[in-house]
Write a protein that binds this ligand. Structure first.
Ligand SMILES: [Zn+2]
Length: 434
């Protein structure tokens, strides 16, 4: 059910977006040149002020919201967010575009200035171009072009730029969701322009369970380890059991969720960190360690789980492994502590926002979308769990594999195509527009 590409120029909405190509480039460059690094959370107010001026000039009512008391919020690094709303000519649904404005650290290996936003061969280079200021700029251009073409549309358009997605989103979308900004009576459709590629619709993400396991031992002099009990050796037994039984079992748990890449289409577990014995000293410390048997060892695990799994069963599997060791291994004892949980989420393919964006992708690109699920979480978790809004997808122009890499870039043509998809979607969802 695809439309031939040559139909494109006939649509005045597409012509309106084509006219804004230079504006889209300049807007993306301006956003990149505000280095909103997280951590620690730099320049959040500056980028919100910039967007405030831009969107107010386009007729949006804007609100700057600081997530007071959220993790990382301080007077030095306040967690600022912006929510901008444009009201149509009559009542109708609200389409909300949510982007995070924070970017991750620069890292090594760049050949471009990470905050120079240089345009080179149709690509804009810089930290945050792909993830996800290019997507944010695209949604703004799409909305402005749509409003210019259809000033009497019905419903409302919202654009938000939110803090801290890269560190969990608690000072951003989670905070706004708690305050009711994503409640279903205010917002009906959410599109998150994360870099999932312009021809893919991301329906959701796997679940997360972070936990800390501690094995117990008994301290003694390191020259007589038989007088103590080594917690690190007990942890070694945990790892051996994971290798022998748990990792193979996880590999067999395949999911019907269309997770990409394929390696993540199953349950996974990462050993995030492990530490036993005396604390690590500063690098400048020149002394030797003292001779002790470690009396405790801690491991942090990062378990990603599937819609087909329930959290009690995920926890139970690991606790079963530890209890088995307790029964079979002399003096084995442990504690386990939950650190963080995110429930898996996947929007139904029949949901209105999915159907609409899929049709728009067909019309712009000449073929239907791929449906994917993200291996890791993003802000959809808060919109789903706190906001109770199920009609939410991630769709944006960046290329997923470039996120967080050196020489990150976003393609101008990809942004233009995505802007057309977003604008067409608004036209379909905001009844009364013609
Ligand atoms: Zn992102």
């Amino acid at each position: 059910m695809t439309q031939p590409m040559q139909d494109q120029p006939a649509d005045p909405l597409f012509a309106e977006i084509d006219r804004r190509r230079d504006d889209l480039i300049a807007l993306t460059q301006d956003l990149i040149r505000i280095p909103t690094l997280n951590p620690p959370g730099r320049k959040y107010r500056e980028i919100c002020d910039y967007l405030d001026a831009r969107l107010a000039a386009s007729g949006f009512a804007t609100e700057l919201i600081r997530a007071h008391g959220s993790p990382g919020d301080s007077d030095q690094y306040p967690r600022w967010n912006i929510v901008a709303r444009h009201q149509g000519a009559g009542s109708g649904d609200c389409v909300h575009f949510n982007s995070h404005h924070d970017v991750v650290e620069v890292g090594n290996g760049w050949t471009f200035d990470p905050f120079g936003a240089e345009l080179h061969d149709g690509r804009i280079y810089g930290r945050g171009t792909c993830d996800m200021k290019g997507g944010l700029a695209t949604s703004i251009i799409a909305a402005e072009a749509f409003i210019a073409c259809h000033p009497d549309y019905r419903g409302a358009i919202e654009i938000s730029a939110t803090a801290d997605e890269e560190s969990g989103g608690f000072g951003g979308v989670a905070y706004l969701a708690e305050k009711g900004y994503f409640s279903p009576d205010r917002v009906q459709h959410v599109i998150i322009p994360e870099p999932l590629n312009k021809d893919r619709i991301c329906l959701g993400h796997r679940g997360v369970w972070w936990a800390e396991i501690e094995t117990k031992g008994r301290i003694a002099h390191g020259s007589m380890p038989f007088l103590g009990d080594c917690a690190v050796r007990h942890m070694g037994a945990v790892i051996a059991e994971m290798e022998a039984a748990l990792f193979p079992a996880l590999a067999l748990k395949r999911t019907d969720m269309p997770v990409v890449p394929d390696g993540a289409r199953q349950s996974t577990l990462n050993i995030n960190s492990i530490h036993g014995g005396e604390p690590v000293q500063e690098v400048s410390y020149t002394g030797l360690p003292s001779a002790c048997v470690p009396d405790r060892c801690r491991m942090v695990i990062d378990r990603r789980f599937l819609l087909e799994e329930k959290l009690p069963e995920v926890r139970g599997e690991l606790i079963g492994l530890l209890e088995g060791l307790k029964a079979s291994r002399a003096d084995f004892d442990y504690e386990i502590r939950d650190m963080h949980t995110v429930i898996p989420t996947m929007t139904d393919r029949e949901a209105p926002v999915v159907q609409t964006v899929a049709r728009a992708i067909s019309q712009v690109l000449g073929r239907g979308p791929d449906y994917v699920v993200s291996p890791g979480t993003y802000d959809q978790k808060h919109i789903d769990r706190i906001g109770r809004l199920k009609n939410c997808i991630a769709y944006g122009p960046g290329i997923l594999d470039l996120a967080h890499q050196p020489d990150e870039w976003v393609g101008v043509d990809d942004m233009m195509d995505s802007a057309k998809v977003m604008a067409l979607s608004m036209r379909e969802l905001l009844a009364g527009a013609e």
